[in-house]
Write a new protein. Structure first.
Lengths: 301, 421
């Protein structure tokens, strides 16, 4: 089975108008949409700033006034933002960021009033109950997602494809993962999708990411929203309601290239890696980060 | 210890004896044959294959081939090849003085072995991959290591810069070595302080990867281009300082620079070359004069002919390199950007969002390479208008008139070299 062809612009924006959560965040209409980019110096390994760029661009393209607020450690995290972005980061920086955010309290307050939170890799893990900090010690997260993170046996590095859970209305999630975390979801969180190529949560059940109310976490690292514009629009629509469609021809072409060329090649390499490992009598090393092949796709829709 | 090896003064075994020499001779012969075969099969220059064969037969060949030479190692995320070339020139390598160097950029063990087998000159200037610095230092015992910079690059292959900084520091502490080091880069400084540093301020600042102190982990403070940390680590006073028209050298003299290479980043690389040559006793005025004629480094800055339209070729491999490349491009120039994501490039294109493409907002920019669609989306979000085409010649014809620059990452750059005029 080949991966789904990318959706059209219309499909994507239609889907984006449906929110996963019934409660819209408290927001004063007419104000600028406020995107809070949290601690880019600590949580910004590789292209994470792209998500703020993409959200701003896509909101402005709909004529919405937007303000991007960049918060550094030591500065108060605003409580009245609409979308909060937390990127990836190495262990020491992640632990420092989690500590600062707990002390500050701003993001927890924002989540409490229904703001949208979007965490990637380290940012995803620290939104959860616990994660592994410096030296592998269990560190407390912010408790905004019912997930707990342990360590993967082999670091997951490679292209990823996840099929969104049934009813989410999102098209395939694509991107690149580079993490050593194994994240298990509790009963209050739902996965964002099921892994088709890659590792994702690494919980043994091939899930990827988590969503709980307006709080999202994913192992699709870096500029995940650039590759998944429907997810970007989902975050925006949660705040402002229905969005007009955009001309996404460039992005559609990029998604087609990933789905038809890059991801099948990654899946083939993963299969080769597993066969080689078996022939050597070893365990599956997950060399390319591929745990499933395109023919093992669990059909969620 | 292998038979025939004798302990050196610092405990590192130096291979010796007839058996060892014979094995090395066999290895080098076999390597040359393999390299020649690879060339005839059209598999490139064969430098890496040749070195691999040599190392397979004589694993300590790099140590043997380095013995008795003055060796300089050049490393860092960006500028390695250019600075290696400039140091070679500064030491008189273009004026008949004998200097061996791995000029083709094969910068791990096999490439170094081939370069040293090809040229038995008493001085060797070796470009070395960041992560291979400790092993190469152990084998070649360099007098000088030039540490240019440490910025994010291919995180799917390498590590975070703080880890590389620690690896370098441990290597610099292992034996006495002069480290010609970038004073403006905190990760380089933290490592260089463990050797004997000569500080260079190369002018440019790349602060995106220098936000947190490599020693204590706290946020760094940047004031007027100088950095400091709460723990006391701070930017050292430079011994060599890039100025608008030259380099201020130790003693306070000012040496003018007149380069054919474009951009501030290459003037900074020239400052490193003056400092490295200075450690070996070459007067800065002499060194500076020798840099003037260097105009292309293994295709970098080469003149292209794209279906009759002339263009200049730039290489940029990571966010800091791209920022430097974009700064070199004049406002009236037209630009084509080429992006691949093969193994040598790093297979993750996320870094495109760490490149300040916003500087191109409002402009039309050509997009080529395997990942031209990734690039087009990035350019679109940066406010530029991409024209996407697989063929650089067609793109050159489609872009408005004006000087044309083609900037590409590693494997895309290699493919573009076939258009060199």
């Amino acid at each position: 089975m080949s991966p789904d062809a990318p959706r059209t612009v219309e499909d994507i924006s239609d889907e984006a108008s449906a929110s996963l959560s019934p409660v819209p965040p408290a927001r004063v209409r007419g104000d600028a949409l406020t995107i809070v980019h949290v601690y880019p110096h600590l949580l910004g390994t590789y292209g994470d700033a792209g998500n703020a760029i993409v959200l701003r661009h896509r909101a402005q393209a709909r004529g919405l006034p937007v303000e991007v607020v960049v918060v550094q450690p030591g500065e108060a995290v605003p409580t009245m933002g609409d979308v909060y972005l937390l990127g990836g980061g190495e262990d020491a920086k992640q632990t420092a960021a989690a500590h600062e955010l707990r002390e500050d309290g701003g993001i927890v307050a924002a989540a409490g009033r229904g703001a949208v939170l979007f965490g990637i890799c380290a940012g995803y893990q620290l939104l959860g109950e616990t994660f592994l900090g410096v030296g592998g010690a269990v560190a407390p997260g912010l408790g905004l997602l019912d997930v707990r993170t342990d360590r993967l046996q082999t670091r997951a590095v490679g292209n990823m494809l996840a099929r969104p859970v049934a009813g989410s209305g999102l098209p395939d999630l694509i991107g690149f993962e580079n993490h050593g975390g194994a994240t298990v979801l509790g009963s209050a969180a739902r996965p964002l999708g099921h892994v088709v190529v890659g590792v994702g949560n690494g919980d043994g059940e091939a899930t990827e990411g988590a969503v709980q109310g307006h709080v999202y976490g994913t192992y699709l690292h870096g500029p995940a929203l650039a590759l998944n514009p429907a997810l970007a629009d989902r975050l925006l629509a949660t705040v402002v309601g229905e969005l007009a469609p955009l001309d996404d021809v460039l992005c559609d072409r990029l998604r087609r290239h990933r789905l038809q060329e890059v991801l099948p090649a990654t899946a083939r390499a993963g299969r080769r890696g597993r066969v080689t490992a078996r022939l050597r009598g070893g365990r599956d090393s997950g060399a390319s980060g591929a745990t499933a092949t395109l023919s093992d796709v669990p059909t969620a829709r | 210890m292998a038979p025939g090896a004798v302990p050196a003064r610092d405990g590192v075994p130096v291979p010796d004896g007839a058996a060892h020499r014979a094995r090395l001779a066999v290895a080098l012969g076999a390597g040359r044959l393999a390299g020649e075969l690879s060339r005839r099969l059209g598999r490139g220059a064969g430098a890496v294959v040749r070195g691999r064969v040599v190392l397979g037969i004589a694993p300590d060949a790099l140590r043997s081939l380095s013995a008795g030479r003055r060796t300089l190692v050049v490393t860092g995320t960006n500028g390695k090849s250019t600075t290696t070339r400039l140091i070679t020139a500064a030491l008189g390598g273009d004026d008949g003085d004998d200097v061996a160097s791995n000029a083709t950029g094969a910068n791990m063990g096999p490439g170094l072995v081939t370069a040293l087998d090809d040229d038995r000159a008493g001085t060797a200037v070796l470009e070395v991959d960041e992560l291979h610095v400790p092993a190469v230092m152990r084998a070649t015992a360099p007098l000088v290591v030039v540490a240019l910079n440490l910025t994010r690059d291919q995180l799917d292959r390498t590590h975070e810069v703080s880890r590389t900084s620690r690896v370098w520091g441990d290597a610099f502490a292992e034996r006495p070595v002069t480290v010609v080091a970038n004073a403006a880069d905190p990760h380089v400084v933290a490592a260089a302080l463990r050797g004997s540093p000569v500080w260079v301020d190369p002018g440019l600042r790349w602060t995106e990867d220098a936000t947190v102190c490599p020693r204590c982990g706290q946020l760094l403070e940047w004031i007027d281009g100088r950095w400091s940390s709460a723990c006391g680590l701070a930017m050292p006073e430079p011994d060599y300082l890039l100025t608008p028209d030259g380099v201020r050298v130790p003693g306070g003299a000012h040496v003018p620079l007149d380069l054919k290479l474009p951009g501030t980043v290459n003037r900074g690389n020239a400052a490193f070359a003056l400092a490295a040559a200075g450690v070996l006793g070459v007067a800065p005025e002499v060194a500076a004069a020798r840099l003037a004629d260097v105009d292309t480094i293994d295709g970098r800055y080469a003149r292209l002919d794209l279906g009759g339209r002339p263009a200049r070729l730039f290489l940029a491999k990571n966010p800091a390199g791209w920022a430097a490349a974009l700064a070199m491009i004049e406002p009236e120039s037209q630009l084509v950007v080429g992006i691949n994501a093969r193994t040598a490039d790093g297979t993750d294109t996320s870094w495109l969002y760490d490149v300040p493409f916003e500087r191109l907002a409002g402009r039309t920019v050509g997009a080529i390479g395997d990942r031209r669609d990734d690039l087009a989306v990035r350019l679109h979000y940066a406010g530029a208008t991409p024209i996407v085409d697989a063929d650089p010649v067609r793109l050159a014809a489609a872009l408005p008139p004006g000087p044309l620059v083609v900037a590409a990452n590693y494997t895309a750059f290699r493919e573009l070299r076939r258009h060199v005029a």
